[in-house]
Design a protein around this ligand. Structure first.
Ligand code: NAP
Length: 450
């Protein structure tokens, strides 16, 4: 038995019981038997269900948004925007999946050669609470359109969101078993991965969970995709347009109350514009409204759990003890942590060398481009970097210097259905979204005719 709690007021929302081995077996068997038909359907037939899924998301949008805000504290407007993004993702694959999955002709020494992209079977997703709908959809939609079926272990703290996702799939008329919720705890994931019907696994979450899942999958020679943490740099070069850079930097760090893998977590600002940047950035951050996530004008909610706010508090306090200076914020009340800006930060401090998964950011000056490349790359992670500059031609020549899965120029790093998403280094491997994402869980079948 476990409970979910509202991080705003720490009140219990609901109680749940994890399912047992028999129920896990039933769900996997169901998912596998439905795959036998689902995988044979034409893509046009699968599209019909995705279209009704969009209707179901529209119909349930308010309930979905409120449930996320209650369970993990996301400000309501941002929860609603997350549902919209799931619909945009569905539309993107409706428009493009046919093209992505069509057979490719290849010239060989035979009379004919081509590659087919065929589904694999039942795919397990293990997903986190921070974008409780988006993370699930960006994995499940392309995976299902490719002809697979999905069983999903969601984060326990968003068990209500998990049930609603299963509900919208059912309401959209999907055959029972195409998308199934697995209400299990982390330690039960092993028996699911090891089940013969499970063909692969995708995990978005912490390094610890990722390492465990990938090693269990590897022992059974099953594929895994890992989307793990990040500590993105945000670089402001001396020729940057600060009017663009500063509002974008505020969003890059503070949307979703800073609880995003691709949030900009270390700011590097050229010393010639450092003072001006810091003053205006501090002003804009101080103006962000913190409070009840159910209020429409709230931008900063509570963190998803009190322990997460305590973790940030420890990282900031330890950095301050090592010489960092707090310019703004630095206080906590239960799960609420005030938006915090730090200066005098060095690479040996936790706010630099650990992932800070919440609303706190160091702003660090630099003098040369070589110096900022080294600072930005000085991280175990490699999810993405944002660079602000007006000299686009010059920066395009330097993109290769960054050890990242993505480089965004004059914009925050975002996950966009049209763009491959994923990291290098300890941020994981594999890609989601775009053509790369839909091809992660397919059999790339070569056909050769002599
Ligand atoms: P987490 O503890 O790893 O949880 C993620 C999921 O893994 C949850 O469903 C969790 O279930 C499950 N889990 C936990 N331990 C497990 C284990 N040993 N074996 C199998 N499953 C296990 O992650 P988190 O701390 O909640 O999420 C924050 C992390 O996720 C951050 O590092 C963040 O950067 C990363 N993240 C990455 C991306 C990306 O796209 N790269 C996106 C969002 C978040 P329970 O809830 O039941 O424990």
């Amino acid at each position: 038995m476990f409970s979910t709690y509202n991080p705003s007021n720490l009140q219990k929302i609901s109680e749940y019981q994890y399912i047992d081995t028999t129920e896990i077996e039933n769900i996997i068997q169901k998912s596998n038997s439905v795959f036998m038909q689902w995988g044979k359907n034409s893509i046009a037939e699968r599209f019909n269900f995705i279209k009704t899924l969009i209707n179901s998301l529209t119909k349930n949008k308010d309930l979905l948004a409120k449930t996320a805000s209650r369970e993990m504290g996301k400000p309501l407007q941002q929860s609603a925007a997350e549902i919209d993004k799931c619909m945009i993702l569905c539309q993107f694959y409706l428009q493009n999946a046919d093209f992505f999955l069509k057979s490719n002709k290849i010239n060989t020494d035979g009379t004919e050669g081509y590659v087919n992209y065929e589904p694999l079977g039942v795919i397990l997703g293990v997903m986190p609470w921070n974008f409780p709908y988006w993370q699930v959809f960006r994995f499940a939609i392309p995976t299902i359109i490719a002809g697979n079926t999905v069983v999903l272990k969601h984060a326990s703290s968003v068990a209500g969101c998990a049930q609603l996702i299963e509900h919208v799939f059912a309401e959209a008329g999907f055959p029972d078993g195409v998308y199934k919720n697995l209400l299990i705890e982390g330690k039960q994931v092993k028996e699911v991965i090891e089940h013969p019907h499970i063909k692969a696994v995708s995990l978005t979450g912490s390094e610890k969970a990722g390492a465990s899942v990938a090693s269990i999958a590897a022992a059974k020679i099953k594929k895994s995709v890992l989307e793990l943490g990040g500590s993105n740099g945000l670089i402001v070069l001396k020729d940057a347009d600060l009017k663009t850079a500063i509002p974008e930097a505020v969003k890059a760090r503070f949307q979703n109350t800073g609880q995003s893998c691709i949030a900009a977590k270390r700011f590097f600002v050229h010393s010639s514009v450092y003072k001006e940047f810091l003053e205006e950035f501090t002003k804009q951050v101080a103006a962000l409204k913190m409070g009840d996530p159910m209020q429409h004008d709230t931008y900063i909610g509570p963190m998803a759990r009190v322990e997460l706010a305590e973790d940030i508090e420890k990282q900031v306090n330890k950095s301050v003890a090592m010489g960092a200076k707090i310019v703004l914020g630095g206080t906590r009340h239960n799960a609420f942590y005030t938006p915090t800006i730090l200066t005098n930060v060095t690479p040996d401090m936790p706010v630099f060398n650990e992932e800070v998964f919440g609303p706190a950011v160091p702003v660090i000056p630099f003098d040369t481009f070589e110096e900022v490349v080294a600072l930005s790359n000085n991280s175990d992670f490699g999810l993405g970097v944002s660079i602000f500059t007006t000299d686009i031609d010059a920066i395009k020549q330097k993109v290769h210097l960054f050890e990242e899965g993505a480089v965004f120029i004059n914009a925050l790093v975002k996950s966009d259905p049209a763009l491959p998403f994923g990291g290098v280094k300890r941020s994981g491997f594999g890609r989601e979204l775009a053509e790369n994402g839909i091809k992660e869980f397919v059999n790339v079948k070569t056909v050769y005719i002599k």
